[in-house]
Design a protein around this ligand. Structure first.
Ligand code: FE2
Length: 237
């Protein structure tokens, strides 16, 4: 199924595997369940695609920045978890660890942000039209906790490669997100010493900002508002 999206003023037509972008027709890179095997509670259905990445497809008038688009499919992983992205950290840059600006143009995703040890965890729902800044030093996973595809974009520095190792070693993020009657439930990953899981709202930055890269504000001290602690279930033994 093809989707049309306007991202930062540019028209995109996205389908599984291919996209018409301002930079031409681009083949997407799939992330399969097999490639997510290290970060899933249970492996299986290895050929199935969880999401499609379209890298470097947004024209960016700022040197050193790259703009990507991701199509996150709806569905469940073999464990019953919602489909999610692999998760990674950013390495140290000249001014600290690199931040990243994300936006959602279709659907809704739940960001799992966690500090370097995975002890402090923030869950941030980001809806269509909203932006979120991933703070320096925070690992990030996107969970598609709705029954429709989500389309996200991100602006990030070209000067580093993401660090995937900690997520592979610990079998994913600090928490796993499963469907429930209330919408979703959060289960502790026993490979971390999770101290708190906070429910947060992104800063009121909206895609309506006339020039989107102006929303990239790495100097902001407060990235989102955390409102409450979430109940977290223990991992079933
Ligand atoms: Fe990132």
């Amino acid at each position: 199924m093809a989707y049309r999206a306007i991202i930062d003023g540019f028209e995109f037509i996205l389908d599984e595997g291919i996209a018409i972008t301002p930079k031409g027709v681009i083949e997407g890179t799939p992330r399969t369940f097999g490639e997510l095997g290290d970060v899933m509670v249970k492996k299986g259905e290895e050929g199935k695609v969880a999401y499609w990445m379209f890298r470097d497809v947004l024209p960016v008038p700022v040197g050193g920045l790259r703009g990507d688009v991701t199509l996150v499919l709806p569905g469940r992983l073999p464990s019953g978890e919602f489909i999610k992205t692999h998760g990674h950290y950013h390495p140290e840059g000249p001014w600290g660890r690199w931040p990243e600006l994300y936006g959602v143009v279709k659907g809704e995703v739940l960001f799992i942000l966690q500090d370097l040890k995975g002890r402090r965890v923030m869950l941030v729902p980001v809806r269509e039209g909203e932006l979120i800044m991933v703070p320096p030093g925070y690992g990030h996973v996107m969970v598609n906790h709705k029954d429709e595809a989500a389309i996200t974009f991100n602006y990030v520095s070209r000067l580093f490669s993401s660090v995937y190792g900690p997520y592979k070693e610990k079998k994913g993020a600090s928490v796993y997100v499963y469907p429930s009657e209330e919408g979703f439930r959060v289960v502790r990953n026993p490979n971390y010493e999770v101290e708190e899981v906070l429910w947060c709202k992104p800063l009121p930055l909206y895609i309506k900002e006339p020039i989107l890269h102006l929303a990239f504000k790495p100097h902001e001290e407060e990235w989102f508002k955390c409102e409450e602690r979430l109940r977290v279930e223990d991992f079933p033994r």
